[in-house]
Design a protein around this ligand. Structure first.
Ligand code: ZN
Ligand code: ZN
Length: 305
């Protein structure tokens, strides 16, 4: 064995042997690459001349010891095992991270889809709301328009009367026809003892004249003087007692709606009259309640008949 320590230029004779603790001194020894302790060659288990040669060679080439003491080999073995375990754990964590990333991606996509659907639903609802609003606004406008038209028509008709049962003129000429009918109307006013002020305009005969039909159509007459019209209306019932005029009736010119309203009022008043008459009978009174007054101004009155 070589007398000197070939891998340890810094060797000091007083360095103790890592195994037997005696100074290495001039004896041949090897140096542990990791813990840097010195060992007598005789103290190294399984030391062979071949291994020593290898150590010398490594030192010459790499300027480092190729020897590891028993303790350091154990430590490195443990370390390697831990390293391996850690690598395995890292691999497991790596896989877990991949799974989590995939899950995150899927969640993000689901969320985006949900938001898209929510947006679509919201937009749909807004559209429906808008349609409802528009529809209601339109309906309101139509009702307003209807009311305006109705009011205008009522206003126009309020200056008119309708004369039923007044014989139609046989004149061919429209102007002459109107003139003849106006004379009849003036006679009617005289019968009712009404002095006509303002104009009395023969407007038209309502409806189409049926062929060969003798029954006169209703005549619409307009009065420019409101008082004259009022008097004609309030005296109209006198016609039923005048010879030659008994089949002539006069009524206000009303819209369809006014007539419907009038029918309802009439029915209500008749029911009321019947009920009140019943009550009067119980009290021992002789007579009954009846509905009187011109159209649009109907009311209850008591009669002993
Ligand atoms: Zn030793
Ligand atoms: Zn060592």
């Amino acid at each position: 064995m070589a007398p000197k320590t070939p891998m340890a230029p810094k060797t000091k004779s007083k360095d103790p042997c890592g195994k037997c603790d005696d100074a290495c001194g001039a004896q041949s020894a090897v140096h542990c690459h990791l813990c840097e302790s010195w060992f007598h060659l005789k103290c190294v288990e399984g030391m062979t001349p071949e291994f020593l040669e290898n150590c010398k060679l490594v030192y010459e080439i790499f300027n480092a010891s190729a020897f590891l003491c028993k303790t350091c080999r154990k430590i490195i073995g443990k370390f390697n095992k831990q390293m391996k375990d850690l690598q395995e754990q890292v691999a497991v964590l790596g896989n877990r991270i991949t799974v989590l990333e995939l899950e995150k991606e899927a969640t993000t996509q689901r969320l985006a889809k949900t938001e898209m659907i929510t947006d679509r639903v919201k937009t749909g609802l807004e559209e429906v709301e808008k349609e409802v609003e528009n529809g209601m606004a339109k309906a309101k406008e139509e009702v307003k328009e209807d009311v305006r038209n109705e009011m205008k028509e009522r206003e126009e008709r309020s200056a008119n009367i309708v004369v039923y049962g007044l014989a139609e003129s046989k004149e061919e000429d429209a102007e002459k026809r109107k003139e003849e009918e106006k004379i009849k109307l003036e006679e009617l006013a005289r019968q009712l003892e009404v002095e006509v002020k303002g104009e009395m305009i023969m407007k038209f005969r309502a409806g189409k004249k049926p062929e060969g039909e003798e029954k006169p159509r209703p005549l619409i007459v307009k009065f420019t003087d409101e008082e004259t019209r009022e008097r004609i209306m309030s005296n109209a019932r006198k016609l039923s007692r005048k010879d030659g005029w008994k089949t002539v009736f006069i009524s206000p010119d009303q819209t369809w709606q006014q007539r419907e309203e009038g029918k309802k009022v009439e029915a209500k008043l008749k029911a009321e009259a019947a009920q009140k008459t019943e009550e009067a009978k119980k009290e021992g009174r002789t007579g009954r309640f009846i509905v009187v007054g011109q159209r649009g101004r109907r009311r209850l009155t008591w009669t002993r008949e």
